[in-house]
Design a protein around this ligand. Structure first.
Ligand code: SP5
Ligand code: ZN
Length: 342
């Protein structure tokens, strides 16, 4: 399986994550990608290519222009305003406090485009986010060109980002743009299967009203897990998208038996719906030793999950999302790919 990976992910290395009222070293750190890269090579998945530049067309086609302009200039504006630290806004639009317009002040502007304040923006964030998107796009082009599957080793991840919000360590939604590229190239129906521990709220939001992209997610129940406010089982889509969202929220302590039942149901739904291409939001934070999650999957379970996903028989792009048990992230991610390859 061909892999796309950009070294430019290293340009995003924030020092601070807001956690428990303190700033801690971010869980989402450069070494995550390095461990996956090393494990790929170790396991013989050596066909690894730099993706080249990001194609801005599909990104601009999906994302809010003000949001893109904000991401590109946030660091410079923040510094120009005399802020000493990384971009972490104080106020964000809360219930009944939604603003119709983005403010001029950079602290307000950052809050306007923010969905979770644990995520800091730094001087290299925009370039890294573009390089991550570029890997997803290159993987999509590779599969569109006839390959059965490809792996985009994306960092930073993307599935929490909406068309106009960043957060949850995500800035640009790589999986959503990948799915849209399949649509633009002629696939009638595309599915996104999100197996990251966290609900893919950004991806769901982007496709919620659309009947041409199916979104299925197996994740920690929002009562107990980030992103808290979306991912309930009764969210099934709206309008033309009614019936094309499938959420499988699962409780703390969930092991592979229950998790794989949900995965099988998601796979059956995607098959029955008639998807022609598949994008997998591949997070491995369902792992038992993940520091910020509460599922109990073991490393061999990820290979089994890869085998089950393969049964769909679809052209498949894997986009890396979360996973924070640093060394195990490499093993578990590559296990999914090896399980898929059989
Ligand atoms: C892509 C992805 O997996 N994003 C996840 C973002 C989660 N951010 C909030 C994490 C809250 C962590 N709480 C830490 C408690 C540690 N004891
Ligand atoms: Zn996650």
């Amino acid at each position: 399986m061909k892999v796309f990976f950009s070294e430019d992910h290293r340009l995003h290395f924030p020092q601070a994550e807001l956690s428990g009222g303190q700033f801690v070293t971010p869980y989402e750190r450069p070494s995550r990608a390095e461990y996956v890269y090393q494990r790929l090579k170790q396991q013989g998945l050596r066909d690894i290519a730099d993706p080249g530049p990001c194609d801005m067309g599909p990104v601009r086609g999906m994302m809010d222009p003000g949001f893109l302009g904000f991401l590109e200039t946030a660091w410079d504006q923040w510094k120009a305003a005399g802020c000493a630290g990384e971009v972490i806004p104080a106020a964000i639009p809360a219930r009944r406090m939604q603003m119709a317009r983005p403010p001029r002040n950079i602290d307000g502007l950052a809050g306007y485009y923010c969905l979770a304040r644990e995520t800091a923006i730094t001087g290299g964030t925009w370039a890294a986010a573009l390089s991550s998107m570029a890997s997803a796009q290159a993987a999509q082009r590779h599969v569109a060109g006839g390959a059965r599957a490809a792996f985009a080793l994306c960092r930073p991840p993307g599935h929490h980002a909406t068309a106009d919000m960043y957060g949850g360590y995500c800035f640009l939604n790589n999986a959503a743009v990948t799915a849209q590229m399949f649509r633009d190239q002629g696939a009638g129906r595309v599915a996104v299967l999100d197996i990251d521990f966290h609900h893919g709220n950004g991806t769901q939001d982007i496709f919620y009203g659309r009947g041409d992209v199916f979104f299925a997610s197996v994740h920690g129940a929002p009562e107990d897990a980030f992103p808290y406010f979306l991912g309930f089982g009764d969210e099934t889509g709206t309008g033309a998208g009614e019936g094309t969202t499938a959420n499988y929220p699962l409780p703390p302590g969930t092991g592979y038996d229950r998790w794989s039942e949900a995965l099988d149901d998601a796979i059956a739904r995607i098959r029955a719906w008639g998807a022609e291409a598949l994008v997998v939001s591949l997070g491995v934070d369902a792992y038992k030793d993940d520091p910020i999650s509460f599922f109990k999957l073991d490393s061999p379970d990820f290979a089994d999950a890869g085998r089950r996903i393969e049964t769909l028989g679809l052209p498949t792009v894997f986009c890396m999302e979360g996973g924070y048990a640093i060394e195990a992230v490499g093993i578990n991610t590559v296990n999914v790919l090896e399980g898929f390859l059989g």
